[in-house]
Design a protein. Structure first.
Length: 240
């Protein structure tokens, strides 16, 4: 009995940490916790109605995943997105998504025709609704579906560690560009058409182009933000 009680208590703690992790990550993704915002455990515990322990554990996980980082004399802060990191990530993602779509077309075109349109319809609906969280969820569902029907689990395992960063990047841009969601889902629809037709070459090409276009927008946006931050810092030094 004691062992069962301990196991249930441990499972409850684990779920609580996951919930706090998700809450903090959602606030970061949706822009309520901006880059370089200081994360104070007591304030977060009060906000989420929990003790400090699950907050502390959630923050450590977020740090391990690169979402937050240590800052001198400030403790943990929300990690900024860096243009160079995003560029590197999307170079790799382009290759993986191209291969995924090619394999999906070659191995499961019939399933793409059967199950894919509902995912694209959900994406278009999310684009009309304007919810960043729904847009991100629909985007992830679409790409996970392609990964599933590609029938290569190593591709999925390779991409999985980067999902959090991809969600942050999408959130950053989707909040600022109202036209972007419609373009994304028009491109997803074209990719699905190629997969459903069994055209691996076209599916590969369209997926790579889709990722390359997204990367250009994201990287340019982040570089502009970085340049603005540098200019502001220089201005403050001059004023002193």
């Amino acid at each position: 009995m004691a062992g069962e009680t301990e196991a249930r208590t441990s499972a409850t703690r684990h779920r609580l940490v996951e919930q706090v992790y998700g809450a903090i990550f959602t606030e970061i993704t949706e822009g309520r916790l901006a880059p370089n915002t200081r994360l104070i455990q007591d304030e977060l515990a009060d906000a989420y109605g929990v003790s400090r322990q699950p907050v502390q554990q959630a923050l450590l996980l977020l740090r391990n995943h690169g979402i937050v980082r240590d800052a001198p004399r400030r403790g943990l802060v929300v990690a900024p997105l860096e243009a160079s990191f995003v560029r590197n990530l999307y170079e790799v993602r382009g290759v993986l998504e191209g291969l995924t779509s090619r394999l999906a077309a070659e191995r499961n075109a019939a399933r793409a025709r059967r199950d894919g349109p509902a995912l694209v319809a959900a994406g278009h609906a999310a684009a009309q609704g304007g919810s960043v969280a729904e847009l991100i969820a629909a985007d992830i569902a679409f790409h996970r579906f392609l990964g599933e029907i590609a029938e290569n689990p190593i591709i999925v395992e390779t991409a999985a560690p980067h999902f959090n960063h991809l969600q942050r990047i999408m959130g950053e841009v989707l909040r600022e560009d109202e036209a972007m969601p419609r373009r994304i889902w028009d491109e997803h629809a074209a990719i699905l058409d190629a997969v459903a037709a069994g055209d691996g070459e076209a599916a590969d090409r369209l997926s790579r182009q889709h990722i390359a276009r997204a990367a250009t927008v994201f990287v340019d946006r982040l570089r502009a933000q970085e340049n603005a931050s540098v200019a502001e810092a220089r201005s403050r030094r001059v004023q002193r």
